[in-house]
Each structure stands twice: as structure tokens, then as C-alpha cells.
Unconditional design. Sequence first.
Length: 227
Amino acid sequence: MRLDIVTIFPEFFGVLDVSLLGRARAAGVIEVGVHDLRDHTHDRHRTVDDTPYGGGAGMVMKPEPWGEALDALLTPRSVLIVPSPAGHPFTQRQARELAVREHLVFACGRYEGIDQRVVDHYSERTEVRVLSIGDYVLNGGEVATMAMIEAIARLVPGVVGNPESLTEESHEDGLLEYPSYTKPASWRGLEVPPVLLSGNHGAVADWRREQQLARTRAIRPDLIEKP
Ligand code: ADE
């Protein structure tokens, strides 16, 4: 898989060299390119934003640098991902769909967003997904891109060492994960639930399922009561 990121803060993505993703890059499973949007400006001040038509607070990112940067990266098989608080929710399902694509391009907007014509233009020639990582507002798309890349990359075969660890976790089956315990069996007066020490695999599986349902009902009832 290849990931390209366009941003005015390329240094932000230095952390992609560490941890699981760093190893996946070193092993050649995932290739990453980070591109400075300002390299596609042609004025002395390397301007990427301007005042909004119609007035209002804040600045809007100009379409021309984006056009030049994205023309150089996108192919008909790419998916262009635009992080935005106004986007569709980014979910585990989206992560699974994107993990099997060969090329993802992330366009990190800042300020009050990117001129709408950028999304409109590229929607005509490639798959474009405008995605939000949650109902809160960040200063720009960089942190959202990092979160999405981590969620997607760990589903790419060869990135996570033990693929079984992917199947038994929150959201993979639409429910929250069951609680986990390790040794010692007793800690500060708190005991590990006895069923987990019983060696009865069927009973353990039943208990875990009940815990998943109880947790999901208590914390995220919206996941169960989907229309
Ligand atoms: N940019 C700013 N806020 C965002 C959010 N919640 N999700 C994705 N991109 C964003």
C-alpha cells in the first residue's frame, strides 16, 4: 500500500517512522510520502490561504496549490481522503474498506477548510471521501490523518504481527471489546473473574460475549439500536 500526505506541516508526520508503522515502512509493506503544499505555491510568501468569498471569519485554503499537488499524486486508482469535521464518520468499516486499496492520498486542510471546488473537481475523476474522526473540531486535518492512517495500516496484512489480535477487538463485530486481565490473579484486593481461570473455553466465550453486550448497552447503546 502507498500513502501520500499533503500538508503545510510535513514535520508533523515524523512519528510515522516509529512503532508498528515504522516497522511496516522499513519492511516495505507500506510506503509513505509526505508533501509540503507550499512547494506548489509560486509567490514570494508561499501563500496557501485567502479570505472567504461572502465574508466571515477565518481563511480558506486556495484551490491552485491543491490542484497542482494533487494532480502530481492522484491516479484513477487512488482514493483521495479529505479529513473534515463536516465529513462522513470514519469508522472501522471505512478502515477495512480503505485497507485493501493500493493508494490513499490524504489532503490535510487547515484554517476554515479547503475551497469546495477542490473536492468537487477531483470527485469527477477519482474516488473522494470526506471523513470526520469525531464530533469535535481540530485545528486541521493532520491529527485526523494520523488517526485514520493508524486505524487503516494495522489492518494491512503483514503490519500487525498476530492477525488474530485484530478480530477480537472493539468495533470489529459491532460491539465494544470485553475486559481483559493478566497475572497476578489477585491485585490490591481485586480478583480476576473466576470463569477466566476455569479452563472452560465455552464458559469463557459466553462470559466475554455477555460482557461485550453489557458494556455496549451501558456505554454505546447507539451501536446496538441502529435503525
Ligand atoms: N479537521 C478538523 N476537525 C476534524 C475532525 N473532527 N475530523 C476530521 N478532520 C478534522
